[in-house]
Ligand binder design. Sequence first.
Ligand SMILES: Cc1ncc(COP(=O)(O)O)c(C=O)c1O
Length: 416
Amino acid sequence: MYQVGQEEIDAVTRVIRANALFRYGVGHECERFESRYAEHLGLKHFALAASGSNALAAAMTAVGLGPGDEVIIPAHTYMATATSVLSVGAIPLIVDIDETITIDPKAIEAAIGPRTRAVVPVHMWGAACDMDAIMAIAERHDLIVIEDACQGVGGGYKGRKFGALGHIGAFSFNYFKNMTCGEGGGVAVNDDVLAERARCAIDPCHFYWQGRNDDVKPFSGNGARASELMGAMLNVQLDRLDGMIQAMRAEKTAILEATRALGNLGLKATPMNSPESDCSAQVMYSLPSAEAARRFSELFPCVIIGKTGRHTYTEWDQVLMGAGAAHPAMNPFNMPANAECRKTYSKDMCARSLEILDRTIMVATDPKHTADEIADIIHNIGVAARVTLAATPVEDAEFRKTRPVDAQKFDLKVDG
Ligand SMILES: Cc1ncc(COP(=O)(O)O)c(C=O)c1O
């Protein structure tokens, strides 16, 4: 969440004053946002939902995943990527990330087995997955690609928008995302039938409001309908999105250019799959060791990616415990149809990912940063690098004032 102001207050107030809080037949904000955001993505359809988790589950339902299917997901993502696979009765197969901190295409290919039906590239922290390689693998092995673009709002890959690169995509608009209405999400897709199926998963009664497409047989599901308050706020947020992403890209470029020379000390910029198109919500550096990352983070306000406390498979308790549903008969781990799926997890199964995550740090960009603040960030990265990586003694006074790390930006617990 970067900016919420009077425009959002006005938009939400208009909806309340008009007593038009329901999206079908009463208000038009959700519908307007869906068509505007689909156009922004370069797709035919966008279906709003109550959350990114609902949107992911709806996308998996739409493409027909279910018991008997394995779905490849990365070791580093929020747990909803894994739990949404379980919610449709399928089994998540967890594979390594690479230095880009996104899913390793080589690990995808190595993991494919007779039961593998889909892969979920996650554009983690707004950084792009290697979509060319992933789509080529998917084509070779007939896999469905479901993009988890929940952290990738506003970004893209090689000039195309996240969510429009795979067969179907899911977004989150929760409080921590680049565009927000508090909670919310949605499914992005070109195919008419998949769009109808996603809408049915989001709201099994949507046919009543929107009419029936004869090609799509209705099925039952849980409701996750968005309200007009969400649509109204998102319409304002969408107007802000491109400007915010451009500001963050400019900041990232300035920081990387200014700190390039520090590579000689061992402060290497993390390789990116599409640095010119991604969200640029932070600058990432791959340090030589976890110890160097720890010392650096004590001197400079940044986040060690492996230490957020909940974005790595080792922290997905329900998955590791085999608790795939509340009722034992609905638990995909117990289902006879999943007998041949691989479902053994251990905390050290993706050790390479853990090693990378523990030595990769993120420095937050922010559209609200001033030129002076950016200059201070650059200066302080340099001081912290010299102390950490070249063992140069430093006086406290050498650091200029910067803001403390923005916990909200990184989706972390905020004190108090
Ligand atoms: C990568 C990823 N996938 C899925 C989700 C789920 O989104 P939501 O919190 O809107 O349910 C999130 C949310 O943080 C996420 O970061």
